[in-house]
Each structure stands twice: as C-alpha cells, then as structure tokens.
Design a protein around this ligand. Structure first.
Ligand SMILES: *[C@@H]1O[C@H](CO)[C@@H](O)[C@H](O)[C@H]1NC(C)=O
Length: 216
C-alpha cells in the first residue's frame, strides 16, 4: 500500500519536474521555413534529411556588440534559427557580453532555471525570492551561479574590462521579461499614474525614465 502511494506521488510529480514536454522522437530538427503549422515548439523537418550541421553552431564563439542598448550588454542565443536541432529538447544556451560598467537589469525567465559559467571577468549576480530576500554573490572567471526558475535576477560587471558569461536554461523557450522595459517601455504604455504610484515617483520622473528606456 505504501508502495502504491509513493508510486502515485512520483507519477503526479513527474510532469512538474521537467521544464518542457519530453520529445516523442529522437530529434525534431526545426523546420524554420514552415509558416503554416502552429504548435508548441516548431514542426520537424523530415528526419531522413537531418544531419550533423543541424546540431552545431558557432554563434557563441564571438563577443557580442554591447553598444546597441542603454545597459551595455549583448545577448546571443542558440535559437532554433541557428541551432534547429535543439527544437523540443527542452534546453537553450546563451552568451552574455558585458561592457565595462554594464548591468544586465533585473529580469525573469518564466519558463526556465538558468545556470551561468563565467568565461571572463568579475561579476556581481543575484536573484530575489518571492519573500523579497536577495541572494547575491561576486563571481569570477570559471565560477558558476544558478538562478532558480522564474525568479527575478540580475548581473553587473564589477571589473575594469569587459566580461562574458555562458548561460544554459532548461527550456527551449525560457521567455525573457526585463523588468525596467516591461514596466516603462511596454507597448502600449502602462499609464503614468500606475507607474508613478507603483514606484513612488512623480509623473515627470515616469516620463524621464520612459524616454531613456525607449518607451513612448
Ligand atoms: C555596434 O553597435 C553600434 C550601435 O548599434 C553600431 O553603431 C556599431 O557600428 C556596432 N559595432 C560593430 C563593431 O559592429
């Protein structure tokens, strides 16, 4: 009887322990040209047409351009466009490059935990749990830090030179909601009175922040 209940609990827990649904075939190389089939993930190409090139990419081998945004960071991701073989496997890899003084602002991946490895540099990283407790650490080349699923987290380059990390996330589609952009640069905009009251600032300050973040 005890065995039955243990089994039942395991069966009930099993679906909640994997981030994405398990694949039903060896692989499902993404057919990125298909625009007629809509599903959870991407449809597969004919498996007999799959080859090793679908399972490799050099996209993370070079430093990204960190000057295209106000935060000084660059994000490069192994999407199904560049790595179609990752479709349905429940994982993704990314490279984040940081200019001197750069900050990857507080953000959340609603569908994934994230583990990072510092390729180069000195960073302060942290996440905040749902009781608003901060867990923060200063990490350096070779160190690893893990951000639990969906919790708000950030990273800051603390060094006098550029920094880079490699990140792995346990979803093909982790989602990336950047708190300053989601609040002050949404489209359409959240009303200024909501932001003013929420952040305890005045309407002029809302406009200043909105403009700097590219909101309208
Ligand atoms: C980096 O991005 C900036 C702004 O988008 C652009 O002006 C610059 O030419 C880029 N640099 C390189 C090396 O691509």
């Amino acid at each position: 009887m005890a065995y039955f209940w243990v089994s039942l609990v395991l069966v009930l827990l099993a679906p909640t322990t994997s981030a994405d649904p398990n694949p039903l075939q060896d692989f499902c190389v993404a057919d990125t040209s298909s625009s007629t089939v809509y599903m959870n993930g991407l449809p597969c190409i004919n498996p007999t047409k799959a080859s090793a090139k679908h399972f490799t990419t050099s996209i993370l081998s070079t430093q990204g351009n960190t000057s295209g945004n106000p935060f000084g960071v660059s994000l490069t991701v192994t999407t199904t466009e560049v790595l179609p073989g990752i479709n349905t496997l429940g994982m993704i890899m990314a490279r984040v490059d940081f200019a001197v003084g750069a900050v990857l602002p507080p953000h959340t991946h609603p569908r994934a935990s994230e583990i990072i490895f510092v390729l180069e540099g000195n960073l302060r990283v942290g996440f905040v749990d749902t009781t608003n407790k901060l867990f923060s650490a200063d990490i350096k080349t070779g160190d690893v830090f893990v951000f639990p699923k969906a919790l708000i987290h950030f990273a800051q380059n603390m060094g006098n030179s550029p920094a880079s990390v490699i990140a792995a996330l346990n979803s093909q589609s982790p989602g990336n909601s950047v708190i300053p952009l989601a609040t002050f640069a949404s489209n359409p905009a959240i009303s200024s009175s909501v932001l003013a009251m929420s952040f305890q600032i005045n309407l002029m300050e809302v406009e200043t922040i909105r403009k700097k973040l590219g909101g309208s």
